[in-house]
Design a protein around this ligand. Structure first.
Ligand code: URA
Length: 280
């Protein structure tokens, strides 16, 4: 805090408008760090809200709604995609993998180095932790989960995906959601949560509470938000496993989120409820 500000607070002197705005900014930044451990973005990320996806290199809404009609066909389309600059630096595209009728679709940010090399999602250290987290509530990528990412090709140096890359890839994720029809979507980390919920809120605030997919194109929204029961697919944000690897104190709240997910699945699926009875 600046010297002028601290002396004002200590001496209880009236503040000028500029000093008030400085103080508000500092409190805002401090709030972000205390809540989320980093400064969150001020702007909502662009995801399906752009008025002209074609201008951004994205496939049209109609294409996304009609697109490939099996998860394997989506994967094949992703493998050959040249819709954004990430195709130039990727080794392998990473479409995602898992059960054909998953209870849960896990959505991460984008492939890292291990995933780029193998073509499979979440296979590095963070992925191994993710598998353990899911297993603790009876979820497995080969039986009842599907694991995917917002963007399917690795952003160089693991930088955040750019708006035009997200927009170009969005129809693939939308199509996966439409075909897989998961009961619940689990967002792993800030990036996936902000993208799917179309919000700039930090993960510290979003985690552990169900939201509903917010796409601003009705054609896609209709396709992706309606679960098999005809109601919107609930979306639960939690911390990204790599955040848990960096900061052990996040493991406890992440565990609370997993219990929230399990309770929701028990409500929605009798077989899951029976099979995981007594787990916790
Ligand atoms: N982090 C992600 O968000 N996705 C992956 O596939 C791997 C690491």
């Amino acid at each position: 805090m600046s010297l002028a500000l601290s002396s004002i607070l200590i001496l209880n002197k009236p503040m000028t408008a500029e000093q008030k705005s400085d103080a508000a900014r500092l409190l805002d930044i401090a709030g972000d760090y205390l809540r989320d451990g980093y400064r969150r973005d001020r702007e909502a990320p662009v995801f399906l809200s752009d008025p002209s996806p074609q201008e951004r290199g994205a496939a049209s809404v109609a294409e996304a709604a009609q697109g490939p009609d099996t998860p394997d066909a989506v994967a094949e389309a992703i493998g050959g995609c040249t819709g954004c600059q990430l195709c130039k630096t990727r080794t392998k595209a990473v479409p995602g993998e898992g059960a054909g009728q998953p209870l849960v679709l896990v959505v991460g940010e984008g492939p890292g180095a291990d995933e780029d090399a193998s073509g499979r999602p979440f296979v590095g250290k963070a992925g191994q932790l993710l598998d353990k987290m899911l297993a603790s509530i009876g979820l497995f990528r080969d039986t009842n989960c599907f694991i995917a990412n917002v963007v399917k090709c690795r952003p160089p140096g693991n930088r955040d995906p750019q708006p035009e890359e997200i927009a170009a890839c969005a129809p693939f994720l939308a199509r996966q959601i439409a075909l897989l029809r998961p009961l619940v979507i689990l967002c792993a980390g800030r990036f996936a949560a902000q993208t799917l919920l179309h919000t700039a809120e930090g993960i510290g605030r979003l985690r552990g509470r169900f939201g509903v997919y917010s796409a601003e194109y009705p054609a896609i929204t209709d396709h992706v938000t309606l679960g098999s029961s005809g109601v919107p697919i609930p979306i639960l944000p939690t911390y990204h496993p790599s955040a848990l690897l960096r900061d052990e104190t996040l493991k406890r709240p992440a565990w609370e989120d997993l219990k929230t997910l399990r309770a929701k699945l028990v409500e929605m699926d009798d077989t899951y409820a029976r099979e995981t009875e007594g787990l916790h």
